[in-house]
Design a binder for this molecule. Structure first.
Ligand code: MIG
Length: 722
């Protein structure tokens, strides 16, 4: 047996160590309890310097997890690998995307969870080669395996999250609607975009600055021709309720006289090649050096660079290209040129021709390039990049996060990353990278959310409307409806594609989006509360129905999600659909939202329903005994103090809800400082009594208006003054 050491964290969490694993720092919990000798849920075998984990899959077994990956909620029948990839074409057969999240839950007669703490590529065959076999190949003998044996799926998620630490908490304004595009070319265009939101009465909190704001794509530079008087312009936008969020790329342009490059070079902060020379590869800025984020000194230095922009009033960033993406290396380029030149004037065969074509196409993100450079995590310790590939983006984001802690320890900055591995959730959120304006990717967006959440990426979301390709108004409307529920709600589009802002289409589409974006703002107190609770409990914000209801039907629902403790979501994700089938695992209150402030709802019985859902309408389902608090819609998150909180109640015997609030910007939550409003409706002697009580701190609302829907169809309104 390969295990040198087994540890127990609790009775249901065990770690099995083989060899001497690289310390990924994914797990932060510690223990000194010894564990059982062997995992009970799967077997482990050593084969050709690899570990093979296997387990029979019973007919009823389903497999959840795998983080940010293709496929439905149930991953059975597919193959995956863990390799952070800059791949903008998420076609169904893709085995890895931008994040590496090797955590899964097998659920059937027995239930168990598995996390493999290993920073390189692994292969997951989940009933693909053989329908009844789960087989995982780890091409190393140095690895930590974690087994989770609680027999409840949610308990497994919580156990896992206890190991890997609490998720990053964004500022509350990060729950507002956000607008991006590659690229708004200059300040003037951004001014127009801001006016587009404000003049059309569409709420918005941020506008993004994509790579073209820099001088020659140099990190931490600003092109002053395009963005004159940057600092005062940032303040102007702030006065309009808009924060600007610049992109930061991993590659540092090689250019004499560029301070970031020169300092990094002088201090030895960049990755080196086999000979100990600077590793160079091209990305947007041309030839670049790549910060060795695995080295603590590099992280400290890099984190400090963000101050250049925070000093100018910037309060959030997105980290891109940090798989790291490599367009080509000088070596790769000359090899490709040689291959092409050798074919000149020859009558090459078709296979040679294909090889020639591939030599050009495969130049980007090539394995040979990844194998050709090294990290130095500790002085004198040299690690080949390929072994630790998946840690790169995580450590870039960690550098940023730790930099913010230095810059302003009490403030929350907005931060999310493209590449990630388990553990990155402590430093920032993630977005799901370069999807397309395809209906398939709207559905994929929904199906990725739970897996990402299990790994602690609560602050996550897809590019709404799709990044690549042109979007239709209908697609953007439906996607915006789904986006209402995800903490990171950002519309983004690629260079060369059609404009995609809510006001870029016809006025009818715009007015639909206005209503649903306003609904989002009304829902922020709920989403924020659920977020903060999930940070604390280790729950996901989005669960498949299978995690809450164990009837056969609920277990198989692939296109509806629970959102926090009160809600269920069933988005429309097909073109021209003017309705959809929904399965209700229990009686629920259905609010078909057409206008953000017309809260007429109806009780719908447990079972199957076909719902008419014209483009103007999106469904929100409130679970039995649950509440949905709704604040006033504002034009940006902290535009003004709201006064009225409306609460939709699906009354069972009673109903209650704890609303969590805080200042939304400081790190006080880490010290356990927050506000709490307890809402309750009870039946006392045949009469309905509604109460609202601030049990901690303070909340802005002074009037709480309950709208209580009873199972018999009657609606009662009650008002409580605080
Ligand atoms: O190679 O900065 O995923 O969001 O707009 C493309 C330009 C580089 C990829 C990111 C995308 C961003 C784009 N970037």
């Amino acid at each position: 047996m390969p295990f040198s050491n087994t540890l127990s964290y609790t009775d249901s969490v065990h770690c099995f160590r083989s060899g001497q694993p690289f310390n990924t720092e994914a797990v932060v919990a510690t223990t000194d309890r010894t564990g059982p000798g062997q995992p009970v849920s799967f077997s482990v075998e050593e084969r050709d310097n690899a570990l093979i984990l296997s387990r029979e899959l019973k007919p009823a077994d389903q497999v959840f997890g795998m983080g940010q990956s293709m496929g439905g909620l149930n991953k059975r029948g597919r193959r995956f690998s863990t390799w952070c990839s800059d791949d903008p074409s998420h076609t169904p057969e893709k085995e890895s995307l931008y994040g590496s999240h090797p955590f899964l839950i097998v659920d059937g007669e027995d239930t168990f969870g598995l996390f493999i703490d290993y920073p390189g590529e692994m292969f997951f065959d989940i009933g693909y080669t053989q329908p009844d076999l789960l087989e995982i190949r780890i091409p190393s003998l140095d690895v930590d395996l974690y087994e989770f044996t609680a027999n409840d799926k949610k308990a497994i998620v919580r156990d896992f999250r206890k190991l890997i630490g609490k998720p990053y908490v964004p500022p509350r304004w990060g729950f507002g609607y956000q607008q991006c595009r590659w690229s708004y070319p200059d300040a003037q265009r951004i001014d127009e975009i801001v006016a587009g939101f404000r003049d059309n009465d569409i709420p918005c909190d941020t506008v993004y600055m994509d790579i073209d704001y820099m001088v020659d794509f140099k990190d931490f530079s600003i092109d002053e021709h395009k963005f004159p008087r940057f600092e005062s312009w940032v303040q102007d936008k702030r006065a309009q309720g808009i924060r600007l969020i610049p992109i930061i790329d991993a590659g540092v342009r090689i250019e004499e006289g560029y301070d970031v490059y020169e300092e990094g070079l002088e201090k030895g902060y960049f990755c080196k090649d086999e000979q100990g020379e600077l590793f160079r590869a091209a990305v947007w800025p041309g030839l670049c050096a790549f910060p060795d984020f695995l080295k603590p000194e590099t992280r400290q230095w890099w984190g400090h660079q963000y101050k250049t922009l925070t000093d100018l009033g910037i309060e959030g960033f997105w980290n891109d290209m940090n798989e790291p993406a490599l367009f080509y290396s000088p070596a790769g380029l000359s090899k490709a040129i040689d291959t092409v030149s050798a074919a000149r004037d020859k009558n090459i065969g078709i296979y040679e021709f294909f090889g020639l074509k591939d030599s050009i196409l495969n130049m980007a993100n090539s394995r040979e390039d990844y194998r050709s450079f090294y990290h130095e995590p500790e002085p004198g310790v040299r690690v080949n990049h390929e072994q630790v590939h998946n840690l790169y983006g995580t450590n870039m984001t960690r550098a940023a996060y730790e930099g913010f802690e230095q810059i302003d320890p009490d403030k929350r900055f907005l931060m999310f990353s493209r590449a990630s591995s388990v553990g990155a959730h402590r430093y920032g959120g993630i977005w799901f990278g370069d999807n397309h304006s395809w209906w398939e990717h709207l559905k994929l967006n929904m199906q990725i959310l739970p897996g990402a959440n299990f790994c602690g990426f609560l602050y996550s979301g897809s590019d709404i409307g799709g990044f690549g390709a042109n979007a239709s108004a209908e697609l953007v409307v439906r996607w915006t409806q789904l986006g209402v529920f995800s903490p990171l709600m950002r519309n983004h589009a690629a260079m060369g594609t059609r404009d995609q802002e809510p006001f870029a289409f016809d006025s009818h589409s715009m007015s639909i989006m206005r209503e649903h974006i306003k609904l989002r703002y009304r829902m922020i107190p709920y989403l924020y509360s659920e977020y903060m609770k999930a940070v604390d409990t280790g729950d996901a914000l989005f669960y498949p129905l299978a995690f809450e209801y164990d009837d056969d039907r609920s277990r198989k629902v692939e296109d509806q999600l629970l959102v926090g403790s009160s809600l269920m979501n069933a988005p429309v994700y097909e073109q021209n659909a003017r309705g959809r089938y929904v399965f209700l695992p229990e009686d629920m209150l259905l609010w078909k939202v057409r206008h953000h402030d017309a809260t007429d709802a109806q009780i719908l019985k447990k079972g199957d329903h076909f719902l008419e859902l014209p483009l103007e309408e999106m469904p929100v389902f409130i679970r039995k005994g649950c509440m949905l608090p709704l604040t006033e819609a504002t034009s940006w998150v902290d535009e003004r103090q709201p006064e009225i909180l409306e609460v939709l109640v699906n009354l069972d015997q009673g109903a209650c809800y704890e609303l969590i609030y805080d200042d939304g910007i400081s790190q006080d939550w880490q010290k356990g400082i927050y506000d709490s409003l307890l809402l309750a409706v009870n039946r006392v002697d045949g009469e309905l009594i509604a109460t609202a009580e601030v049990t901690r701190g303070q909340v802005p609302w002074s009037t709480i208006n309950f709208k209580i829907y009873q199972q018999n169809g009657s609606v009662v309104e009650k008002s409580v003054l605080l």
